[in-house]
Design a protein around this ligand. Structure first.
Ligand SMILES: Nc1ncnc2c1ncn2[C@@H]1O[C@H](COP(=O)(O)OP(=O)(O)OP(=O)(O)O)[C@@H](O)[C@H]1O
Ligand SMILES: [Mg+2]
Length: 263
């Protein structure tokens, strides 16, 4: 892959569905494949910095600086990580959601206006589960949507609610937005419900949009505690294997979508 960057938002309206685990580990896998990767953390929980071992200095610029000043530049908030090709724009845990993210295209304008799209092959955006100005900014900046979901029955409503939001954004402020794929996480194929919920997603959105998935693996949680991607914490564990496969499958899906656009 070579620039301009693919821009992928990792999102689900439900909390705790592996968005941040997926953002950090997918970013690390793609960087290890040689892609220049920028991960942007729009969620004020700020967990991407934890997962990548970055401790931003107090008052250092963050992704959320964009919404506090018209002069703020996203490029000033980029941190190199300990892993080659992998950069992070951390979140500001002190940003008040109520202070609003204003213009829904502030992030999109910064990515394009500052030439970041040319500097990277892949820009991944981790998003908050709440439907607010921050999520809208993420959806307006991205071209592709990756949805990690836990395959139990309660998650179906979260997926439906997200589908409604995506439809609204794609038929309004961001007509380029396309559903990339669904990624089952915390997967246990021995559980019938896991299989039936995943099959339901494939029926509704197309088999080609359902990725193989990430098995349940405590190593993924432990890696966060050790402040590193799982591929660096425990190479060859289930979580590391599954995110490596997901990175390859997502690369193929992105290439297929790009091809379809050309023909
Ligand atoms: N495949 C997995 N196996 C085991 N545990 C996992 C797996 N994926 C994620 N987890 C754990 O599940 C919890 C929620 O994951 P994560 O923080 O990535 O979700 P999230 O969607 O980003 O949550 P939020 O909506 O709060 O931002 C974390 O404790 C994480 O370590
Ligand atoms: Mg998260």
């Amino acid at each position: 892959m070579s620039g301009p960057a693919e821009i992928v938002v990792v999102t689900n309206r439900k909390g705790g569905t592996g968005k941040t685990t997926t953002s950090v580990n997918l970013a690390a896998e793609c960087a290890a494949l040689g892609q220049r990767v920028l991960l942007i953390d729009m969620d004020t929980q700020g967990h991407c910095a934890v997962g990548l071992g970055i401790v931003p200095a107090k008052d250092a610029p963050t992704a959320h600086s964009l919404f506090l000043s018209a002069e703020a530049r996203l490029a000033d908030a980029i941190h190199a990580t300990a892993w080659p090709n992998l950069d992070l724009v951390p979140a500001n845990p002190m940003f008040e959601h109520d202070s609003g993210a204003g213009e829904p295209t502030r992030l999109a304008d910064a990515l394009r206006g500052e030439g970041l799209i040319e500097r990277y092959d892949l820009i991944l955006i981790d998003s908050p589960p709440s439907l607010d100005g921050l999520l809208m900014n993420a959806l307006c900046a991205a071209k592709r949507v990756l949805v990690p979901f836990v395959p139990h029955h309660l998650s179906a409503e979260g997926v439906r609610s997200l589908a409604r939001v995506l439809f609204k954004v794609a038929s309004g402020p961001n007509p380029e937005l396309k559903l990339l794929a669904f990624l089952p996480v915390m997967l246990d194929r021995r559980i019938g419900q896991h299989r039936s919920v995943s099959e339901g997603v494939a029926r509704q959105f197309g088999q080609e949009r359902l990725l193989t998935g990430i098995r349940n693996d405590i190593k993924l949680a432990e890696a966060f505690g050790k402040r590193r991607p799982v591929r660096a914490y425990m190479p060859g564990c289930r979580g590391a294997e599954d995110y490596a496969l997901a990175a390859r499958e997502i690369g193929e899906r992105l290439a297929a979508l790009a091809q379809r656009k050309q023909t």
